[in-house]
Write a protein that binds this ligand. Sequence first.
Ligand code: AMP
Length: 415
Amino acid sequence: MASSQFQPIQGMSDIAAPDSFLWQMIEERARDIFTRYCFSEVRTPILEKTELFIHSLGDTTDVVTKEMYTLEDRGGRKLTLRPEGTASAIRYVAAGGDKTASARIYYMGPMFRCERPQAGRKRQFHQIGVEAIGAPNPLADAEVIALQLHLLAAWGLADAKIRLNTIGLPEDRAAVLNGLREAIRPRLHELPEEAQQRFETNVLRLLDSKDEAVQKIIGAAPPVTEFMCAETRAYLDTVVETLRNLDIDVEVDTSLVRGLDYYVHTVWEVVHGGLGAQNALAGGGRYCIQIGKNAVNGVGFAMGVERVIAALEAGGISAVQFAPPPPVFIVSLGEAALKENLLLLQMLRKHGVACEMELSARKVQAQMRRANKTGARQVIIRGDSELEKGIFVLKNMGDGTQSEVDLPELMKLLT
Ligand code: AMP
């Protein structure tokens, strides 16, 4: 069989030890921080009705038009592997009515986007996200940003930076589009052709263009906030002031746009210098999502776990640092000891000791080699004579010394 038959689908990965130790650290610390901020976990299905994503993310967004994994089930229903976590979380909230009107929830798990695989872009990737449900309130936005920075610091990424902007209210939209077009129009001919088309179809996307000619012209245009109403600007100011009061310095970057349709007011991105071109660790923002007759308001963020790992690795962190301590290894000399050692193995595990043993009475050298391979610091050796005397030989693999101990002493030393 060709070795490619054993590989996962392109853009998807198996995650196993030692890498999984790092994943576990990331998830454990996230749970700890979320609990301190009184968020609880929601685990929604990975497969949802396709229309959920079309309605909540917007039917012209890249994710919806180009990137969704959509399939038909046996009943002809159109289903999609979730490309992000917010839509499902909001569906859950909308179903709960008043009961969930001020829910504080978090999720973690795989997301699926059929993107062109490249460094930093996977087809199955993982997000850890939170949603704080409730009416727009700049203090809530600041609280969620503070939580996110707290979490990043807990992971060892205190040097991540937040770029913050406002999308404004729906009623700001026309003024922003008009204002931007009027500011750019006199120099439209200087723009590359593709950018000229964007000018017509989606002028906001010019703001985050990497093209130098576009950047020059955008740089000379007034910031988008200038076209927005006083309420929007005051909202942004309160978010920034509240964060500064919390000793959190954020950069307001009026060129930041976010791809999904559901955002209102605050949006942000977390970037990290250790990442290459795909330098976004996370996206976040306030949203208003219409689900059936209900409009659900909230503020949240989603962090890309693969990117968090890339940033940690760029800073010299490696997964083996988070490996559990090595197990105790039990060596049996002869069949009688093997049988008794199985009991010992189980008892030690019930007392919280991680241990392993060879399940056949192989030659002692072979068993010691395996003990070495597991990295065991301590090895318990038992044969017929130890059984007879009711003792255990405990070998310290670090310095090679060994001692004879009885059961109470053994338990004292290992637990
Ligand atoms: P988004 O839902 O597009 O705002 O993405 C939120 C975060 O998820 C990004 O900042 C990335 O860290 C991560 N992310 C999004 N798409 C991918 C992908 N294709 N591969 C890996 N990480 C991704």
